[in-house]
Ligand binder design. Structure first.
Ligand SMILES: [Zn+2]
Length: 314
């Protein structure tokens, strides 16, 4: 018998029902592309699959204002009769969106409990809506709740961790994660993002714990890897995190038309190796990775597979 995999894969069918408009790039097809590629490559059979629970209001309130949650609940009521309710020009809800958002945040909380509890070493949450643009008080940029922030707060409050890192390689800066944790000494964020570019943040808030590295449009994997080697790794070694969370957006891929960086699958495999080395050295191998962006469907599937393949390696 082969040994049980040490990597969890967490998702939920509710995440396929959320839609933000017809032809919106943040579509249910993204999750299907990931599952298709994992199945075709034979990886899916080796993963430990879990269904995402619903996040509780108490878990969400650790990082979101009550008014934010109430605003989404009110929008969900308006969407219940059908159609789309817009929260900003890019971000909308249908009648299933709130349930999907509770699942998305709940997936990452479950991943955190599984990894800290030792059931698995690491986990990938294949969920939508994504989260890293959602601030304490505002949804934006396709994001309703900040899924990774909800899980980080869960790790800090419920499991009493003292030093946690968020690694964010989405092509867009994770303004929501920065907004929520910039004054919390227990959390470091290391990120790369195209700049200047939506949401035009990431420069003003930089500090020893907010290691945000802007990359000019057109940057390739060589530039990305240099930023990781020069800025992320020394910061991570200094901080000695007890656990790593990854805002895994794959929209910096060369095929992705929403942005203009030129990463390829090998770059995602490489950065996952680096994250794993830090997790092995300081964090008892604990990694929770969460899907953020990535809109070129075939490239998204292949990139997630490259990422998960490294997570699964012994
Ligand atoms: Zn993005």
């Amino acid at each position: 018998m082969r040994p049980a995999s040490h990597t969890a894969f967490i998702s939920h069918p509710d995440c396929l029902l959320h839609e933000m408009d017809f032809y919106h790039p943040e579509s249910p097809a993204r999750l299907k592309a990931i599952e298709d590629e994992l199945s075709a490559s034979g990886l899916m059979d080796k993963l430990r699959r879990y269904q995402a629970p619903l996040a509780t209001i108490g878990q969400l309130e650790r990082v979101h204002a009550q008014e934010h949650i109430a605003r989404l609940q009110a929008a969900a009521s308006r969407a219940a009769s059908g159609g789309f309710v817009y929260l900003d020009p890019d971000t909308a809800m249908n009648s299933h969106s709130l349930q999907a958002a509770y699942r998305a945040a709940g997936a990452v909380v479950l991943a955190t409990d599984l990894v800290i509890g030792g059931a698995v070493e690491n986990a990938f949450c294949s969920i939508r809506p994504p989260g890293h643009h959602a601030e304490r008080g505002y949804p934006m940029g396709f994001c309703l709740f900040n899924n990774i922030a909800v899980a980080v707060a869960h790790a800090l409050e419920t499991h009493a961790l003292e030093r946690v890192v968020v690694v964010d390689f989405d092509v867009h800066h994770g303004n929501g994660t920065e907004d929520i944790f910039q004054h919390d000494p227990r959390v470091m964020m290391v990120s790369t993002f195209q700049h200047p570019f939506y949401p035009y943040s990431g420069i003003a808030g930089r500090s020893e714990r907010m290691v945000n590295i802007p990359l000019p449009a057109g940057s390739n994997g060589k530039v990305f890897r240099k930023a990781v080697d020069e800025f992320w790794l020394p910061a991570l070694e200094r901080f000695e995190p007890q656990m790593l969370f990854v805002s895994a957006g794959f929209d910096a891929h060369a095929d992705d038309e929403l942005a203009s960086l030129n990463l390829v699958e090998d770059d995602y495999a490489w950065v996952t190796e680096k994250i794993k080395e830090v997790a092995c050295a300081y964090a008892g191998k604990r990694i929770v990775s969460v899907l953020e962006g990535g809109y070129a469907l075939a490239a998204l599937g292949r990139s997630v597979a490259a990422h998960i393949k490294v997570l699964m390696k012994r």
